[in-house]
Design a protein around this ligand. Structure first.
Ligand code: GLU
Length: 296
């Protein structure tokens, strides 16, 4: 299979220094492998999307010398694929409808004496696993298999393990507001698009075990994973559109790329954008051939 990577931005705002790192790393990885790089706009969470951000992101990428090798797709136009995947899971008993609201889940956890750390997402207690008992369906969840401890390998982080039952529980595939959950959309799309290498920010690493379980449930191949370092803001938190990260300056693409390359442990490069990218492809290939991705 020809190597194929992707960059999958959510159009919630322009690219910033952090998202450029993921874009650059995924592009370099694909090029270093002699593969393709596809862009997918992840706009399933429509309330969070900002009009025009998708077009602007594509312009920013182009200014940085990166453009999709296939027509760009928008997740908001791919509901039929997600529905088909959910239907398959329902048919095989691997998904089920859920009637619980957030407060139902809190109440069930409290009744079972299962406190949770503040700010941690609640582990779904499985209330609707055995049926809705006459309550209306709100959301759809994956029924985790008995063996829900996932071991996986990350090219930078090494061997990883997560007990998805203990840390997450049966997770949502289709939300109570009718929107598709990121986990389902990303798994369906990565497989449908033949993505072999997922290179993205480290904040997404703990989603990977959920995505691997979904791949197994749907009988889909698992891509290789590589989670790159995050750029932290002045407050020490991940740089994000939410904490006011500045949009990349399109007039200075090389400066923005230099900063992203430094985060990835790549050497400074002068010249044009194209020359800098070519140098970093070589450097990335050397790292990758060394087998460790050590500097990233
Ligand atoms: N759309 C996600 C984001 O912008 C990235 C998803 C992924 O790369 O798997 O954070």
């Amino acid at each position: 299979m020809k190597p194929r990577g992707r960059f999958a931005p959510s159009p919630t705002g322009p690219l910033h220094a952090g998202s450029l790192v993921a874009a650059l790393a995924s592009w370099l990885d694909a090029r270093a492998r002699g593969g393709e790089w596809w862009v997918r706009i992840e706009d399933v969470d429509t309330p969070r999307c900002v009009a025009g951000a998708d077009a602007f992101i594509l312009q920013q990428l182009a200014a940085c010398g990166m453009s999709s090798d296939a027509p760009v797709v928008w997740q908001s136009k791919r509901s039929a694929l997600y529905q088909a995947a959910l239907d398959r899971l329902l048919t095989t008993g691997q998904a089920y409808p859920c009637a619980c609201s957030r407060s139902d889940i809190e109440a069930a956890l409290a009744a079972a004496g299962r406190q949770r750390e503040r700010h941690q997402a609640a582990v779904y207690p499985g209330t609707c696993r055995q049926g809705l008992h006459g309550r209306p369906a709100r959301a759809w969840r994956l029924r985790l298999p008995e063996a829900a401890t996932v071991h996986w390998h990350d090219a930078r982080l090494g061997e990883q393990v997560q007990d998805v039952a203990a840390e997450v529980g049966d997770f949502v595939l289709r939300r109570a507001d009718g929107l598709w959950a990121y986990q389902l959309a990303v798994v369906v799309d990565d497989a449908d698009q033949g993505i072999t290498h997922v290179v993205r920010g480290a904040d997404l690493a703990d989603n990977t075990p959920r995505q691997i379980l979904l791949q197994r449930a749907l009988g889909l191949p698992a891509p290789a994973y590589h989670h790159v370092p995050l750029v932290l803001g002045a407050n020490g938190e991940k740089l994000s559109k939410q904490n006011g990260a500045a949009a990349l300056d399109l007039t200075e693409p090389l400066a923005a790329l230099q900063a992203a390359a430094a985060v990835l442990g790549l050497p400074p490069a002068g010249g044009s954008v194209a020359e800098a990218l070519a140098l970093w492809v070589q450097a990335w290939r050397r790292q990758w051939q060394a087998g460790a991705g050590a500097a990233t």
